[in-house]
Design a protein around this ligand. Sequence first.
Ligand code: UDP
Length: 411
Amino acid sequence: MASPGLPPKLVLLDDYVSVIGQAEIDEMRALARRLGGRSVKMVNSTAVGGGVAEILNRLVPLMQDVGVPTRWDVITGGEDFFEVTKGFHNALHGAPYEVRWQAFEIFQAYQQQNLQNLRFEGDIVVIHDPQPIGLIQARDQKPGRWVWRCHIDVSRPHPLVWDFLVQFMKRYDAMIISSPAFTRPLPVPQFLFYPSIDPLSQKNQELEPEFIQQTLERFGIDPKRRILTQISRFDRLKDPLGVIQAYKLVRKYFDCQLILAGGGAKDDPEGGQVLAEVMEAKGNDPDIHILDLPPWSALEINALQRASTVIIQKSLQEGFGLTVTEGLWKKKPVVAGAVGGIPLQVIHKLTGLLCHSVEGCAYQIRFLLSNPQIAARLGENGHEHAKENFLVTRNLKRWLSLFHYLVGSGA
Ligand code: UDP
């Protein structure tokens, strides 16, 4: 159980024996041993906030524990850089994009700056997402094996942004995507990895009911009334305004409260503006709780998810949506946008409900509130689905297998 206020404890692979069994753990240790001490360097663009940081915070210590020396570095960049990369991010998701040639120059300038500042000491270098993709330019000096882990939906990218990034992509030894729908015609082998959550992390571990109660009280939320929750960075692609509209439609029929909880990520400069729009849409409704949370809020987010009657993730575009996985793991009925990697998790009417519009979202929430037994069954199924497919231990095993593919097994 959680001890609020204490730092998270070190996580060891053996701690997962009750989740995945000893045989799986032994198998992973054997796989790691046969890598002969080869080391890994992970690079991404933010240490906190968002799904990639969430994954790396748990995966990297586990890789170290299993016997693969792994380091994790975060690139640096000014506001201008993160504005450019956020524009790229939206454009890769198919959003309208106004091409400014200066953006490509800014992007390149910061790649060069990071190439100067970072060391690529691993036998295998893994670069996450487009922000640091240009670091592949170091491969001439630092051969090794290079992997690009793409966490976003690139099935319908803006052609100019895509073409610009392809010059870097082509130079990697492998690319990893989160859904079969994201494959692209590229001269690079592509692998499917599901993102993952850690069942033992502060975000997902069991909590004492008293802590859940106290958390609700702290935020002024009534534990006795229904709670609809979306946890997300304040990002237009997460459609927080659509969630408020859906809540208002549900409110005509059911008494309920809405929580929209999110925080910032260093690589997302649009958060403040979107938060202001959300505050305006809330107006003076005391049952809409907008929580701007600091990065160290894992236990609070866990408590809010566990206290929820329904978890919403009404994204308009989504790479995978770890907040969906977190809801499934907690046996919650989830209503989520049928986009990106979400349908891999929410199998409609089996592990949750999918929606395509504000009205659809409201309809599915009303259905769940009217049918609590069905809601509970979806939650149970969702938990099993997450346990089978989306845990960090499964993810770790895939990484180990990929490393074998890249460097060959045996020392
Ligand atoms: N998250 C968080 N604090 C926030 C908002 C989100 O810790 O204020 C976490 C959330 O619990 C999840 C991750 O950040 O683990 C978001 O991952 P997801 O894949 O849903 O979306 P992304 O932000 O990567 O687009």
